[in-house]
Design a protein around this ligand. Sequence first.
Ligand SMILES: Nc1ncnc2c1ncn2[C@@H]1O[C@H](COP(=O)(O)OP(=O)(O)OP(=O)(O)O)[C@@H](O)[C@H]1O
Ligand SMILES: [Mg+2]
Length: 396
Amino acid sequence: MGCSWFSRRGGGPSEVDDGGIASIQNVKIYKYKEIRQATDDFNPHNKIGEGGFGSVYKGHLKDGKIAAIKVLSAESRQGVKEFLTEINVISEIQHENLVKLYGCCVEGNHRILIYNYLENNSLDKTLLAGGYTRSGIQFDWRTRAKICIGVAKGLAFLHEEVRPHIIHRDIKASNILLDRDLSPKISDFGLARLMPPNMTHVSTRVAGTIGYLAPEYAVRGQLTRKADIYSFGVLLMEIVSARSNKNTRLPTEYQYLLERAWELYERNELVDLVDAGLNGVFDAEEACRYLKIGLLCTQDSPKLRPTMSTVVKLLTGEKDIDTRKITRPGLISDFMDLKVRGPVVETKPDDEVNRNNYTNPSSYNASSSSGTRDNSNVYSSGASSAAAVSSFSSTI
Ligand SMILES: Nc1ncnc2c1ncn2[C@@H]1O[C@H](COP(=O)(O)OP(=O)(O)OP(=O)(O)O)[C@@H](O)[C@H]1O
Ligand SMILES: [Mg+2]
């Protein structure tokens, strides 16, 4: 076999001075040779995607498992020890709504993650890419409700049961994978920990992700679990409406899902946002409840967003929504090309976010139809938090 299990208790390999591998308890270490064989030497035919961290290949491992093999890009090369420490943390986190990490490969400069392969791809490539017509998957209302609840449970687990808790930082449709039974699995949790500190905040990767970013995180680098909850809210509305948070093919006033949802909510017409592809076969009360939960999660003030365990209860109907409490969503959708670099401040606990430093929403929601944005338009003069070196530019 090209791989081995290392155990602190087991003796053998764990006693060898191997640059950090000895400290690893539960991670399966794969040989680069096996990964090459599994992917037919990283044959482009086996490539199933490419994200901000690197390329993903489908591979057949020697033990018969099918894997998704994520080859991390050069920038994400940590030292062996640091890398394995983080991998060890990630591999211990297991839940039915989280993608399972089989192991990793850390030979030479290579940093590769080996995950359970999910047969039914990601939500962005199925439901949001045309649903049944394109993917052959029937996303009926019950399936969607199951997906929403599963994702909420996975995130609640990361936020509230894992110690220390994990903020995902990149909840979005491409990070929700579907297994054979269309049960959702959140992928890429803990990945931000594998990036060097200067890369972990919003970077050029944000281009495809911006619609999911909580304003306080995108603009000010304030990272709390509430930023994930905001992203979850956007995702929830995408699942119910089967449309992406931004769709430039629609007339201007319909392009931004959150804006549209708020408008319809105010007019008491939220049901219009539900995917027409369901052909009216859905529980309208439940679908509107889901959209309202999406609005609750995306409220401008992080403090007003519910925790993920509350979201689970709201989705399952165990708890009622107090609709009087929904306030306008925070929007940064008009930053078309946002680049922020600088250390992230993980603000803990959530309630301690310094709201005096919080910029008036209207200033980061300013019109941006031309030219380069001056940072002073974005930051309040008192801004002192994370995104120390930042630049905003608009390409529209
Ligand atoms: N475990 C997996 N099983 C099946 N397909 C996967 C798996 N992991 C990733 N993929 C596929 O690879 C694609 C790219 O994934 P990747 O995580 O690299 O990029 P992304 O999710 O689009 O962006 P990001 O880097 O921000 O997460 C996914 O959209 C999905 O189609
Ligand atoms: Mg991903």
